[in-house]
Design a protein around this ligand. Structure first.
Ligand SMILES: Cc1cc2nc3c(=O)[nH]c(=O)nc-3n(C[C@H](O)[C@H](O)[C@H](O)COP(=O)(O)O)c2cc1C
Length: 210
């Protein structure tokens, strides 16, 4: 499968074969591939809650417009975006800084500059903090969908859910935004996928305001 095949072949599929599980090794490979996504300062402020148990998926589905694919798919992710990922003391930020020092990308005495830059970029307002978390997690999520397609899997991203109820149901701490849910599995062979959706043209995408 070429990269073009992956790009044009990926679809949000509504129907998953509930009897065809995703092998753990494939799921791991998919997540490892997506983890190659770029992120600001390589902070990687993303996490996944991986639901495979039917009862768990139904707990999620009740807060997500009762979308049946959530429980029909063998796996559904709750994608998390850590709004505190840039803050000093965050264990991954600390690990990241250590790794940067180790690789020579930064020196130990640049820590103050690094922390100040993160504060200015990501901590200046609530909107900036949410944007930081969600833009990076969205790159990761796109990677999940493309990796899945390349591995013969199908996916469905969803933001049709009640964030407060999902947070309460799964005891998700306040520092995480929940940008989307994603079901993963195999398209059900007795269903037909609708035609590919329209896309904006290059002319419609490119703009200027000055
Ligand atoms: C962030 C995001 C949220 C979405 N939420 C839902 C959803 O809650 N329910 C749904 O049926 N489709 C949802 N979709 C799927 C889109 O409708 C779909 O991706 C779009 O129509 C383009 O179709 P395609 O992915 O098959 O190319 C969502 C897609 C994205 C990226």
């Amino acid at each position: 499968m070429t990269f073009k095949d992956v790009i044009y072949g990926r679809r949000a599929v509504n129907f998953f074969d509930p009897d065809k599980p995703v092998p753990d090794a494939l799921l791991t490979e998919m997540i490892e591939m997506a983890a190659q996504a770029p992120s600001g300062f390589n902070i990687q402020p993303w996490s996944l809650i991986v639901l495979k148990d039917k009862a768990d998926k139904l707990r999620l589905q009740q807060h997500a417009w009762n979308q049946p694919k959530i429980s029909e798919a063998p796996v559904t992710f709750i994608v998390l975006a850590d709004m505190a990922g840039w803050k000093p003391g965050n264990p991954f930020l600390e690990k990241n800084f250590t790794e940067m020092v180790k690789s020579g990308a930064m020196s130990e005495d640049q820590r103050e500059w690094f922390e100040g830059a993160c504060q200015n970029l990501y901590g200046a307002s609530e909107a900036r903090t949410v944007a930081f978390a969600c833009k990076n997690a969205a790159f990761f999520a796109m990677g999940l969908m493309l990796a899945a397609k390349s591995l013969g899997l199908d996916t469905h991203p969803m933001d049709g859910f009640d964030i407060d109820k999902v947070r309460a149901e799964f005891k998700i701490p306040e520092n995480y935004w929940i940008p989307l849910l994603m079901s993963v599995g195999y398209f059900r062979s007795d269903k037909t996928l609708g035609p590919a959706k329209w896309r904006k043209s290059v002319d419609e995408i490119t703009v200027r305001f000055d």
